[in-house]
Design a protein around this ligand. Structure first.
Ligand SMILES: NC(=O)c1ccc[n+]([C@@H]2O[C@H](COP(=O)([O-])OP(=O)(O)OC[C@H]3O[C@@H](n4cnc5c(N)ncnc54)[C@H](OP(=O)(O)O)[C@@H]3O)[C@@H](O)[C@H]2O)c1
Length: 375
């Protein structure tokens, strides 16, 4: 039996992960964590009966304590570390919408749990440190992002030595063929393919999501920025490709449904039957691939710049993006201003190398800088 901790159980990936695990025979959820949605967390806990539950926002601790009788309740960052220390888990799924809980995740690596990673922000901000620890502890880190899962699958079987480049596919978001001037929140939150949380949906519309994925891919597959490319693929059926030195391209295709990469991250290298509808390739009429428009979507270029500059710059980019998206969702910033603010914050920063605490401080600086430029 594999015991699983699920961070971000109340989110889009978290709910899909619960559906996947319920139909897998040898997996059991022993810990769940949400951020603010205490009602959903209580409902999930009553259904799953994990050993421990953590709510990141401590103001809801009493609500959980009152409703969840014998289940152990924790709150805040320490709660994640406590779940890692006390549930005897084999696997941790990281699916918060930001890198909160990072110290618990670092502890999970030290305890040699399999890390199933949806939260790309963790690798964007702390990639070098996390990957060093993953290597040192001989830990398996499996991506849940569909693009990185696709590349991981294309590289299985020692194909990694002969890679020329990797090609991340991007659906292009809601504004692929539309102007981004004067868009309103409902246009931005209306993704044509994927139903996801608000933050990643805004990131998809600015294409910062693909930018963050470029940095994530750099850490996962140990490739420089020049060997990580992006193509627009509106059908979202080909989830990414690897080009080898002889010119051969390998790709992974499937129905666009996050339950598949979640399941593979849990069961790899085993493939098990899944609840996802199989793709009927004969019914796929078009598979389109186009170059990205960096002028219209400058966030992609800023992510390449941050990756090349390295050190603390990706953390600053990540936090500036997180804060601008938050302000946009609170109607305090126009969608079209997001890239410009991020660029201004990056221009004010001199990247330096440091530990996780140092990068967290730089993230906080970056968020404050965004607020000072907007408010
Ligand atoms: N959704 C997808 O299809 C998809 C695909 C690929 C990768 N990812 C990645 O997976 C991660 C989760 O995405 P999602 O779509 O599942 O997100 P989501 O639905 O917005 O939320 C995920 C979890 O994060 C919590 N959360 C909300 N605000 C937060 C904050 N400011 N800081 C930390 N956590 C917060 C939510 O808690 P409460 O609801 O309890 O407040 C929820 O448990 C992201 O890093 C995303 O990039 C998602």
């Amino acid at each position: 039996m594999k015991r699983v901790i699920l961070l971000g159980s109340t989110g889009s990936i978290g709910c899909n992960a619960i559906k996947v695990i319920k139909q897998l025979k040898n997996f059991k959820i022993v810990g769940i964590a949400g951020y603010t949605n205490h009602q959903m967390l209580i409902t999930q806990a009553k259904d799953i009966k994990p050993k421990m539950v953590t709510i990141m926002d401590c103001q809801y601790y009493k609500n959980l304590k009152k409703d969840l009788g014998r289940i152990q309740i924790r709150c805040g960052e320490q709660g994640i570390t406590d779940m890692v220390e006390n549930t005897n888990a084999d696997i941790i799924i990281c699916a918060f919408a930001s890198s909160i809980g990072i110290s618990g995740i670092v502890r999970a690596i030290e305890k040699k749990m399999r890390i199933c990673l949806a939260t790309k922000e963790i690798l964007v901000s702390f990639g070098d440190i996390i990957m060093d620890s993953v290597k040192k502890n001989g830990v398996e880190l499996l991506p849940i992002d569909s693009e990185h899962s696709a590349i991981y699958q294309c590289l299985e079987g020692n194909r990694g030595n002969n890679v020329k480049s990797i090609i991340l596919t991007a659906s292009g978001g809601p504004f692929l063929n539309k102007s981004i001037k004067n868009v309103i929140k409902s246009d931005v939150l209306n993704h044509p393919v994927w139903k996801m949380g608000a933050k990643i949906t805004v990131d998809s519309a600015t294409m910062m999501n693909k930018g963050l994925e470029i940095i994530e891919a750099h850490h996962l597959f140990n490739l420089p920025a020049e060997r990580i490319n992006v193509v627009i693929h509106p059908e979202a059926i080909c989830h990414s490709l690897v080009q080898f030195v002889d010119g051969t391209l390998l790709a992974q295709l499937s129905t666009p449904d996050m339950k598949l990469p979640i399941q593979y991250a849990l069961t790899a290298p085993k493939r098990l039957y899944s609840i996802v509808k199989n793709l009927d390739i004969a019914k796929v009429k078009n598979l389109t691939f186009l170059p990205p428009n960096l002028k219209k979507f400058p966030c992609l270029k800023y992510a390449y710049d941050a990756l090349k500059l390295g050190k603390s710059m990706p953390a600053v980019l990540n936090a500036a993006n997180e804060e601008t998206v938050k302000l946009f969702l609170e109607d305090k910033l126009k969608f079209s201003e997001i890239p410009n603010i991020i660029k201004k914050v990056m221009n004010k920063h001199t990247p330096k190398k440091g530990n996780i605490d140092f990068y967290l401080k730089k993230e906080e600086w970056s968020k404050q800088m965004v607020r000072s430029l907007v408010c």
